[in-house]
Write a protein that binds this ligand. Structure first.
Ligand code: ADP
Length: 544
């Protein structure tokens, strides 16, 4: 039984300490060793027991000393005394409680000592004259706990010290009882509060064991608090694709600027093995050594949001498919018309070219929308192979040269000194860079666009390619936002350029699929540098 073990081990040093005190008391007086009863009394008082049992032990053991006549405890509430326990007759305690000296002594927090008058001793039938010791021990229930003892007439200093020591232990035990009750009350209040939250709340200790689990989590996961408490988080907050997901978040937190907060969205497996989408956010509480001592996690069921999103994606996907047929038909008829363009008037040719442009934009939008749906439904499959970067980038730039020269922009790719390969899906990686070069041309009015490959792979063996332009730039506050769906920066400088704000969302999703990363560095009015890092391919070494 762990609690008993704990109580014993924590009371053992104390017991030794008190044994030493007892020895000192006896040695000072140069009398015998501490008696078995004295040691037993101290042992019992140091145990982790209810206060009434401690009080009972004092009444049972203290009178065994031949200098002690009787011992008892009162509870006083607003001056009214109620006997709790004693080792003498109730008649005696009744009588004691009427004595003014006793009342005064009982009101004192210090150990008061009064000599009982001869006639009191006679009435109490305790033979000779005696000394009454009394003291308030501390708060108990709705009143005060008072100890009294009738002992020999002239107690020695050490006998008084012994009683004092008993009172000190009782005082400490009463205080720790009050603190424990206060803690329990706080715990109950916290429990009540968390039970009424609409979100699920979990508190984990430093070993990631569940210490608090509120009711909403039962609805979410199927596990009742009694089933979840004291278990490892991974057993009840189950993720089929990553069992130790929290350990991963903890590892990530070490390098993250926001070290103590985290959030994630994933599918959780319920007790009945049903997947459910959840959003979790939480925080790590660290001790003074910077170790995580508590983790607080708030979970929200977002299955309904995911369902809505899925329906919306389905709708976009169906609508886009339906749009493609008429758009393709228009494109077909336009190309027939383009062939007959020499028979048209100048005005008709102008109308035709505007219709071509508008239809191309529609084709582009439909393709982007279809790809967004594929990304969101995780339907993009990659065919990884070593891809040599320079020839691919050169081809992309060649394809865009016409558009760049319309704006008198210089478009170049710097040739690296050696052949550099990444491990990627050729078609998708072409799409990534084509999109970035297209944007660079769109958002640059004069100057140049330069594509460079960073030849030095960093420690993690990633190859970074920069698309650098001298265009309108991107204000810092949009650095992350531009990667969200339908997000454009809406500035007068870019008002002439059309777009739906889907390009960079698709680019980022494709980069993530390649286990790469994308970064923006920009100064508004001076230009931007978009950098994409992709895993380098071992094929590279054969060319080194
Ligand atoms: P779109 O170009 O269709 O608007 P994107 O997702 O490709 O959508 O880009 C999102 C937004 O990011 C753009 O609207 C633009 O405001 C900004 N942006 C992207 N690339 C650049 C760039 N090279 N220079 C300046 N702004 C850019």
């Amino acid at each position: 039984m762990p609690t008993n073990d704990k109580a014993q081990s924590s009371s053992l040093p104390n017991l030794l300490r008190w044994e030493k005190i007892l020895h000192r008391l006896h040695v000072l007086e140069d009398t015998q060793e501490p008696t078995i009863q004295e040691l037993e009394l101290i042992r019992r008082l140091l145990g982790d027991q209810p206060i009434l049992e401690l009080v009972g032990a004092v009444c049972a053991y203290l009178p065994k000393a031949d200098w002690v006549d009787s011992v008892g405890f009162f509870k006083t509430v607003h001056g009214k005394m109620t006997l709790l326990t004693c080792n003498c007759s109730p008649r005696m305690t009744d009588y004691l409680s009427t004595l003014t000296v006793f009342k005064n002594a009982a009101g004192s927090r210090r150990l008061a000592q009064v000599r009982l008058r001869a006639n009191d001793s006679q009435r109490l039938k305790i033979g000779q004259e005696k000394t009454l010791l009394a003291s308030t021990v501390g708060e108990y229930e709705d009143g005060q706990l008072v100890i009294w003892a009738v002992i020999i007439e002239n107690p020695s200093q050490n006998q008084r010290h012994f009683i004092d020591a008993i009172i000190q232990i009782l005082k400490t035990q009463l205080r720790s009882l009050a603190i424990r009750q206060e803690l329990d009350r706080h715990k109950d209040r916290l429990q009540a509060l968390t039970q009424h939250l609409s979100e699920g709340m979990v508190v984990l200790d430093r070993d990631l064991i569940i210490r608090l689990w509120n009711r909403p989590l039962q609805r979410l996961t199927g596990y009742a608090p009694a089933e979840a408490l004291n278990r490892s988080y991974a057993e009840v907050l189950r993720r089929h694709d990553a069992a130790e997901w929290l350990e991963h978040l903890i590892a990530e937190s070490r390098t993250s600027p926001l070290r103590n907060v985290f959030s994630a969205e994933f599918e959780l497996l319920t007790k009945q093995n049903r997947p459910k989408w959840v959003n979790i956010s939480g925080s790590f509480l660290r001790d003074k050594n910077n170790e995580i001592e508590q983790t607080i996690i708030i979970t929200r069921d977002i299955s309904h949001l995911k369902l809505l999103e899925q329906r919306k994606n389905e709708f976009i996907s169906i609508a886009t498919h339906e749009l493609r047929t008429p758009i393709t038909a228009i494109k077909g008829y336009l190309s027939l018309l383009n062939k007959e363009a020499d028979q048209l008037t100048d005005k008709q040719r102008l109308y035709l070219s505007r219709t071509n442009e508008a239809n191309n934009r529609l084709v582009h939008l439909a393709e982007d929308l279809l790809q967004v749906a594929q990304v969101e439904e995780d339907r993009i499959r990659l065919n990884f192979q070593p891809v040599e970067l320079y020839p691919m980038l050169e081809k992309i730039c060649r394809d865009w040269t016409a558009k760049a020269s319309l704006k008198k922009l210089k478009l170049t790719v710097q040739k690296p000194e050696k052949d550099i390969f990444v491990i990627a899906d050729r078609e998708k990686v072409e799409q990534i860079f084509s999109n970035l070069v297209d944007n660079a041309i769109k958002y640059t009015n004069k100057g140049s666009i330069t594509v460079t490959i960073n030849e030095r792979g960093d420690l993690s063996e990633m190859i970074t390619t920069h698309v650098h332009d001298t265009g309108i730039g991107i204000p810092g506050k949009y650095n992350q936002e531009i990667f969200n769906k339908f997000r454009r920066t809406h500035r007068p400088e870019q008002s002439r350029e059309s777009g739906a704000g889907l390009g960079l969302f698709i680019v980022k999703s494709l980069v993530n699929k390649h286990h790469g990363s994308i970064q923006v560095k920009s100064r508004p009015g001076r230009g931007s540098r978009i950098s994409v890092s992709l895993p380098s391919s071992p094929a590279r070494s054969s060319h080194d």
